[in-house]
Ligand binder design. Structure first.
Ligand code: BTN
Length: 257
């Protein structure tokens, strides 16, 4: 697998999209030591100094690939597995996915995923650009204050901090194998079941904000397309497909590091 390393780019997702549009062979990876214009979900800025694994996988799935709706979850699961593999008990049991694909350890965010499909539906050009950011050796304080979810880095969780390059390679390997898996029905079922097992805030009250509208309810689980199932006060269940979830429960279980 070709990993192109850059000292500094605006956003690895943008570089990967540009290379894909120029005809680079699938799959390939763009990784950077730092990003000056890192992008997060919902149009937010993603602060990306030296000390993080900032990478984008560009992949042209086979024709008729049925994994699009689960791709963001599959990539989140890839990051979740990499982080779990690196941690020992009891922290390993506290690695969760906050829907749709934030990876948390003890309630703090160690990694995030931005999946994009720049030419959606264009036959022969329907690339998936899967961007991943993992805080590796940086200090979470360097990511700024007032984050929506408190941050943590692997260096704050581990005595033996892995090299950034090692984390990038592990993520790429896991990502590709899980993306290939969600192209089949049994693969989709197995990814959904694994994500359900590590889904953050199950049974807890959350608010989901999407396009200025807020929905509240208890987290029940995931539907077959990876949507979040919430139960409202009347007992009715609804599925949400996009948006940002925040926890409404009073008690905070954020890990102190
Ligand atoms: C989020 O949690 O909001 C998603 C963050 C995704 C960040 C990664 S870093 C590599 C890639 N390039 C970007 O500009 N964003 C993603």
């Amino acid at each position: 697998m070709l990993i192109s390393w850059h000292e500094s780019v605006g956003s690895t997702n943008d570089v990967a999209s540009a290379l894909a549009s120029e005809g680079r062979c699938s799959p390939f990876v763009v990784a950077a030591r730092q990003q000056t214009g890192g992008r997060g979900r919902g149009g937010r800025r993603w602060v990306s100094p030296i000390g993080g694994a900032w990478l984008s996988l560009a992949w042209l799935p086979p024709a008729g690939w049925g994994g699009w709706s689960l791709a963001p979850l599959a990539v989140g699961l890839a990051v979740n597995r990499v982080v779990s593999d690196l941690l020992a008990e009891p922290l390993r049991d506290r690695v969760e996915i906050k829907w749709p694909n934030d990876v948390l350890v003890g309630g703090r965010k160690v990694g995030g995923v931005l999946c994009e499909r720049p030419w959606a539906g264009r036959e022969g050009h329907d690339w998936l650009i899967a961007g991943v950011g993992v805080n590796v050796s940086l200090r979470s304080a360097s990511l700024g204050e007032g984050l929506r979810v408190p941050a943590v880095s692997l260096a704050e969780l581990l005595d033996d901090v892995p090299e950034v390059d090692d984390v990038v390679e592990r993520v790429v390997y896991r990502m590709l194998s899980l993306l290939r898996l969600v192209g089949s029905e049994p693969g989709r079922a197995s990814v959904l079941s694994e994500v359900r097992g590590v889904l953050a805030w199950r049974g807890e009250r959350v608010r989901l904000v999407q396009g200025g509208k807020a929905v509240q309810g208890c987290v029940v689980g995931l539907d077959p397309d990876g949507g979040l199932v919430l139960r409202d006060d009347t007992g009715a269940e609804r599925v949400v497909c996009a948006g940002d979830v925040e926890r409404l429960s009073l008690e905070s279980e954020t890990l102190a590091v």
